[in-house]
Design a protein around this ligand. Structure first.
Ligand code: OAD
Length: 260
């Protein structure tokens, strides 16, 4: 048997009534946004998550944490969606519905025109007051933010209660936003094909989605150049990057549709 992950996945694509996508940091990597667990340049290899991604860390040193998130905002702001993001949007147009459940806090799926994105871990740009929850209007990202991840910048002050701004991401120890969490679980629990792209599968609840699909007899496929915690559950592991695999999948889905 020849190894033809694109052909197999394209066939499953047509056989499935409901398809859902799960994405992680790896889908943004080829746009220049770092992943978390890469041993060399992953965020958690270079920075301490307890200091930078927890409420305690924020209370201890808000200027350091705010400066770090301004840097992350600048990195995303300067990044562009790649061919894989665009292919995913084109794939969505081939079906009535293609929900994209993402663990990413960037907006690259949206900027690639994807109409149905569920952010499980929040949104980098949705800043709100740490005390009263009031959303902040557009945050100004200084030019130098892109160069300096460890600058100290005081967060803006809330006009309502005098509290300070925090980024709209989920920190360690915090619950996920409930509507997105419930929707993602329900989509994973009802689809018959789930495709995970660029996630290590180390973090719940995304780590449990493959079992939800498989328990009901659905298929689970992953696109990732490396082994992941989801690999043992995978009916298909396509060892390629997102920018390589997704345009190829689109091509094969279109070819299979034509040949009937
Ligand atoms: P990780 O950094 O844990 O995993 C990234 C995955 O992407 C790895 O499995 C890589 O092999 C893969 N990868 C790298 N380059 C790729 C490429 N070009 N194409 C496809 N895959 C590629 O990131 P996540 O799984 O997203 O949470 O991490 C999950 C959560 O852990 C994040 O949302 C974040 C983090 O703590 C919060 O911040 C709440």
């Amino acid at each position: 048997m020849t190894y033809d992950p694109a052909g197999t996945l394209a066939q499953w694509w047509h056989e499935a009534e409901r398809v859902a996508i799960l994405t992680g940091a790896g889908i943004s990597a080829e746009s220049g946004v770092p992943t978390f667990r890469d041993a060399r340049d992953g965020l958690w290899a270079r920075f301490d998550p307890e200091r930078l991604a927890s409420m305690q860390g924020f209370r201890d040193d808000p200027d350091l944490v705010w400066g770090w998130y301004l840097w992350r905002m600048a990195v995303v702001w300067n990044a562009q969606p790649h061919a894989g993001h665009r292919a995913l949007t084109a794939l969505a147009a081939t079906r009535k519905k293609l929900p994209v459940i993402t663990q990413n806090v960037d907006d690259l799926h949206e900027r690639a025109g994807n109409p149905d994105v569920i952010h499980l871990h929040g949104d980098l740009f949705e800043t709100r007051c740490v005390d009263c929850g009031e959303p902040f209007p557009a945050i100004e990202i200084p030019d130098r933010a892109a160069q300096e991840p460890q600058q100290r910048v005081p967060p803006p002050v809330c006009g309502h209660c005098g509290g300070i701004a925090r980024p709209g991401v989920v920190w360690f120890g915090e619950p996920l936003p409930e509507p997105e969490f419930l929707l993602a679980c329900s989509l994973a629990g009802t689809c018959d094909l789930l495709i995970a792209i660029g996630t290590s599968g180390e973090v719940a609840p995304a780590s449990s989605f493959p079992s939800l699909v498989k328990e009901r007899g659905g298929r689970f496929a992953e696109i990732n150049p490396e082994w992941t915690w989801l690999t043992p559950h995978a009916d298909l592991s396509w060892r390629a990057t997102a920018a390589e695999a997704l345009p190829e999948l689109l091509k094969r889905v279109e070819e299979t549709a034509k040949s009937g």
